[in-house]
Design a binder for this molecule. Sequence first.
Ligand SMILES: Nc1nc2c(ncn2[C@@H]2O[C@H](COP(=O)(O)OP(=O)(O)OP(=O)(O)O)[C@@H](O)[C@H]2O)c(=O)[nH]1
Ligand SMILES: [Mg+2]
Length: 336
Amino acid sequence: MFIDYARVRVKAGNGGDGVVSFRREKFIPKGGPDGGDGGRGGNVVALGDENVNTLLDYRYNKLFKAGNGKAGAKARKTGGSGEDVFLRLPLGTEVFRIGEDGRRVKLADITAHNEQVILSKGGRGGKGNCNFATPINQAPRHATPGRLTEEIELELVLKLMADVGLVGFPNAGKSTLLSVLSAARPKIADYEFTTLEPMLGVVKVSDYQSFVMADIPGIIEGAHQGKGLGHQFLRHIQRTSILLFLIDINTPDPVEAFRILRSELFLYDSFMDKKPWLLVISKLDTLDEEQRAERLAEIDTQFQKEFGVTALPVSSVGHVNLEELKFKLFKMLQEN
Ligand SMILES: Nc1nc2c(ncn2[C@@H]2O[C@H](COP(=O)(O)OP(=O)(O)OP(=O)(O)O)[C@@H](O)[C@H]2O)c(=O)[nH]1
Ligand SMILES: [Mg+2]
């Protein structure tokens, strides 16, 4: 199951206490203070892990506690540190602290494998009495306690990291396109809202060049207000460098369709408007050659007039223009 949102509670470890102790050795009647310091508490640490793809673990496990520091010991021994606890997170996870007043403060944005960010710091260890000896007081009888930590609430939000985001109405053929361009095997079917969760695919351009494409559920008018499934998934294309708009060649008014798609994205996040995009007309093979040429000419005239662009026509089923599409996207990625 793909989970891209979770709330968890975490607690860093308390610091260990400093202790009061005096040297007790044979033949030395009055040993000096030798109580050691407490160890530090463990940290709560966010850790990027490329092998984790969802926040599913955080849905069931709700409390993560780091180890407490151990108390100091005699002979000036410092107590052991508490163990850190690691939250292994998929790349693209943002971590927020939720304050008492409900306000959110961003603590981390994990984008790289093995990246670590301390989310909550372990408490400092207390001081043992060996620290407090002075010429006047050579036998201090006090030590300080370790610092206690508080449990805090965190919000985890996963925004998938992809280079290209597929955008289109339900049934436009987004998942089919991803399945022919990459090894990903998304569910494909002849009804709307087949895709229920986003999926990534790696598109190979050459032996050592590739990019990542994200397929998300179809978008309909009103998606930014939560209509359909689009809303909750739009965040997964927020970070992509390029948007790939896919419009079925059989769409009655492709220009209007394109306008709706763009406006939904804009209304969700105005920054989406700034992203470079490419327009693709899908399912070429559904029309015979003559109809197709006529229809493409009409569409081209409309898009030229309104946006000054020529759409790239493709067929995933008929394998038309797929290589062109790949290279075009790759070139755009290198330029942006
Ligand atoms: N003939 C033909 N059919 C296609 C092509 N691409 C997709 N289809 C069909 O169109 C239907 C929808 O395809 P999907 O890839 O599931 O569409 P989608 O955009 O992912 O749809 P949602 O996930 O519901 O948003 C399926 O029946 C596909 O087989 C194509 O190039 N040619
Ligand atoms: Mg789909």
